[in-house]
Design a protein around this ligand. Structure first.
Ligand code: ATP
Ligand code: MG
Length: 489
């Protein structure tokens, strides 16, 4: 190859590099060992908004704001001396015009044939990328803070086709603390491993619902590593993350709520038992007093009546006025006997214990009709229903309260009563045609008569429902389950 051709080729390569230097979109700079600029391309000038003649021959740090210049230059010179030039790095600088910007530098050392070292720097402005990176990092940090500082345990699980429960992909610090697993242990666990075995059916059910409805809230019991059981309320959301079905679950510890509920349940059970106990004591006392009055007082009065009659018979004809007195005495004894019977049956009608519920209802209805002039119709079973004494009493007392309410509040002119036993249930209905009870009156906590009826039925697993129709009446329906007693009461 002759010299001429070689020179021509070399000048072609120079030309090519010269063009490449200028068309590059990245800023390019050549600097000598002291940091003075030997050459820059157009992109470099554009990035730093300076002209070539403001740059060439000047220290590279002229592109920066004054306070940064010296430090930048010294650091460069020191690195050159130590042969430690950083090859690829990112840095934020304040420029000569006050603008702050992020740059990515890629430096390489070149040693010239004369032994001098020069540095080729390729510069990219990366402010936009950096800004979004910083924003992303900040929002990640915020999210992380939220994730870990929330008072509830948070679990993120990802569902996969082969595993029905999927895998944990993220848990927060509260979840780790509460359940006693490290995050690493969590990521190895199946999400079902933290569910108390007795709740697993509920858990499956709610997972199925979640897939359909995308959001479910349910109560569950978690089981910690140390086997401690923690009642929680879980709030789960389904969403797509990295093209996979993902579940975000927030579990709130509801131990206190559950304890309070339990306490409330226990105390209301206790109150109910106490009320039932008091009712039965009251009923026993009524029965006892009613019998005592009926038997003792009744017998004394009957004996008195006999004695008085005998006395009257012993009087002769000319003792007329005395006989009259004795006769009125006998009348007084008769009306006292009547009063005793009334009081005694008001306390507890003997008919209830002697003839049973049907007869007692018939008797009570007749009494009610006599007292109020309200017409009553009765539908009763043909055969006596043989119930336990407590249930008979409860139904009868509910019936009495319903009639008393009709007499006191309904302004009704007709009442229809029906008693029916069907498939181990006894149904009693009392319907009037009065003004109709309102919902507010039914629910009013002062309506003790109504609450008493409901309570009496509830003791036996039964129920009382009351419905009012404005201007056309009220219907009280009682339903009590029973096992018929085969041989007497
Ligand atoms: N058959 C009815 N028709 C219309 N209103 C009724 C009827 N029964 C009850 N009410 C209304 O419901 C209210 C509550 O009844 P409830 O039996 O609880 O209390 P009360 O009869 O007023 O008092 P008590 O505690 O002595 O029974 C009554 O005050 C009345 O306004
Ligand atoms: Mg009442």
């Amino acid at each position: 190859m002759n010299d001429f051709l070689l020179k021509e080729e070399l000048s072609n390569i120079d030309l090519l590099f010269g063009q490449l230097w200028e068309i590059s979109v990245d800023g390019m700079r050549l600097t000598d060992e002291d940091g003075r600029i030997l050459l820059v391309n157009d992109s470099f000038c554009k990035i730093f908004q300076m002209e070539k003649d403001q740059l060439i021959g000047k220290p590279f740090s002229t592109v920066y704001a004054k306070p940064e210049q010296e430090a930048a230059l010294k650091a460069y010179q020191r690195d050159i001396q130590r042969d430690e030039i950083k090859t690829l790095f990112e840095r934020e600088n304040t420029l000569w015009n006050g603008r702050r910007a992020w740059f990515e530098f890629s430096n390489s050392f070149l040693t010239l044939p004369d032994g001098n070292k020069i540095t080729l720097s390729i510069v990219k402005e990366i402010s936009k990328r950096k800004k979004s990176e910083i924003e992303l990092r900040e929002s990640e940090q915020k999210f992380k803070m939220l994730f870990n500082n929330i008072n509830d345990a948070v679990f993120v699980t990802q569902l996969s086709k082969d595993k029905s429960y999927g895998d944990f992909i993220e848990v927060n610090e509260v979840a780790c603390r509460r359940l006693g697993y490290t995050k690493e242990e969590f990521l190895m666990l199946s999400p079902s491993a933290i569910v108390w075995q007795k709740c697993i059916d509920d858990f499956n059910l709610f997972n199925e619902r979640l897939l359909k409805e995308e959001h479910v809230i349910y109560d569950l019991v978690h089981r910690a590593k140390d086997k401690k059981l923690i009642p929680v309320e879980v709030n789960s959301h389904l969403f797509l993350y990295n093209d996979k079905l993902t579940v975000l679950s927030i579990a709130r510890d509801i131990t206190e709520r559950k304890q309070a509920e339990e306490k409330l349940k226990r105390s209301s059970k206790l109150l109910r038992e106490l009320a039932t106990h008091l009712q039965s004591i009251r009923e026993e006392e009524r029965t006892m007093i009613s019998q005592e009055i009926h038997d003792e007082l009744g017998q004394v009065l009957t004996a008195l009546k006999i004695q008085v009659s005998l006395l009257a018979n012993k009087l002769n004809k000319n003792q007329g006025p005395l006989k009259q007195k004795i006769n009125s005495l006998a009348d007084m004894i008769d009306s006292s006997v009547e009063s005793v019977q009334k009081i005694s049956s008001k306390l507890r009608p003997g008919i209830l214990d002697e003839l049973g519920l049907i007869a007692a209802i018939e008797w009570q209805t007749e009494e009610f009709e006599k007292l109020t002039n309200i017409k009553c119709s009765l539908v009763l079973p043909k055969d006596e229903v043989k119930l336990e004494r407590d249930k008979t009493t409860a139904i009868f007392r509910i019936f009495q309260e319903a009639l008393t309410n009709i007499a006191r509040h309904s302004e009704a002119t007709k009442v229809a009563v029906s008693l029916l036993n069907h498939q181990s249930n006894i149904y009693l209905e009392i319907q009037d045609n009065g003004r109709g009870i309102t919902q507010e009156q039914i629910k009013d906590f002062k309506s003790l008569g109504i609450h008493g009826m409901v309570e009496r039925a509830m003791v036996f697993g039964g129920q009382v429902s009351i419905e009012g129709f404005a201007g056309s009446g009220t219907i009280v329906k009682v339903e009590i389950p029973f096992d018929e007693i085969k041989n007497g009461r």
